[in-house]
Design a protein around this ligand. Structure first.
Ligand SMILES: Nc1ncnc2c1ncn2[C@@H]1O[C@H](COP(=O)(O)OP(=O)(O)O)[C@@H](O)[C@H]1O
Ligand SMILES: [Mg+2]
Length: 223
């Protein structure tokens, strides 16, 4: 279970440069739940997701992940929790010197899966996202949409407990976006808790699920 309790986040440390990115954020996602995170650009979606995948610490309030209060974790504890979280970054963050195949294989290799299994799983998933012809391409040899699909494949390949996806369909056409949603919903049905930030309201309408809506760093809707 994921729980945010009165969470606030400020950027900038010196007086005068401080800005409130999130204020009084309060919600709970049950294990195996699915949530949309919506709101206009600058509303705080990426900031909220960064708190959830432990890239930032809250300035106020409390965050519990998988039943653990994150404020009590040391570096090792954070690293262990992070391994259970798959992240699709808004800017992809693929490793530029690795091929599509090796980028997606990375989480499995870190988990020391057998290479034959790695090969089978990665090949199948990249085929599913329509990238069979791109296995040996590096990120700079792929389009934005192709890189986004590699980033998504890398985030889900190890079947994380929590999937955090930041505008994962921003560079995809409607068909690809639907295919991606199918993939994410399948993972969700298998037990992965999911949160997806988007401002694609058509996508939200086609896949009804509870929604957290942000405006200027505050929650304006939850339900
Ligand atoms: N590293 C940062 N330093 C200072 N301000 C930031 C930083 N990152 C984001 N912000 C500000 O926080 C607010 C929320 O940004 P963000 O979480 O990226 O929103 P969204 O993802 O909804 O577009 C914006 O006003 C943005 O300018
Ligand atoms: Mg964002």
């Amino acid at each position: 279970m994921i729980r945010f309790t009165h969470v606030g986040l400020r950027y900038g440390k010196s007086p005068g440069t401080e800005s409130v990115a999130l204020d009084d954020i309060d919600f709970e996602i049950p294990e195996g739940g699915f949530r949309w995170l919506t709101g206009p650009s600058g509303a705080g979606k990426t900031s909220l997701l960064k708190l959830m995948y432990l890239a930032l610490h809250p300035s106020e309030g409390r965050i519990d992940l998988f039943g653990t209060p994150t404020s009590r974790l040391d570096r090792r504890g954070i690293a262990l929790l992070r391994r259970r979280i798959g992240v699709v970054y808004q800017d992809f963050r693929l490793l530029q010197h690795l091929t599509a195949f090796d980028n997606v294989a990375l989480p499995l290799r870190l988990a020391r899966r057998k290479e034959a299994q790695v090969r089978a799983d990665v090949t199948e998933l990249l085929r599913w996202v329509g990238l069979s012809g791109r296995l040996d391409h590096r990120p700079d040899e792929m389009s934005g949409g192709e890189q986004q699909r590699v980033a998504i494949a890398r985030a889900v390949i190890a079947k994380p407990s929590l999937l955090v996806a930041d505008e994962p369909t921003g560079n995809l056409d409607d068909d690809q976006a639907e295919r991606l949603m199918h993939l994410i919903r399948s993972l969700n049905r298998l037990g992965t808790t999911v949160i997806v930030a988007t401002h694609n309201l058509g996508l939200v309408a086609r896949h009804p699920a509870p929604m957290i809506e942000l405006q200027d760093g505050r929650m304006t809707w939850h339900g």
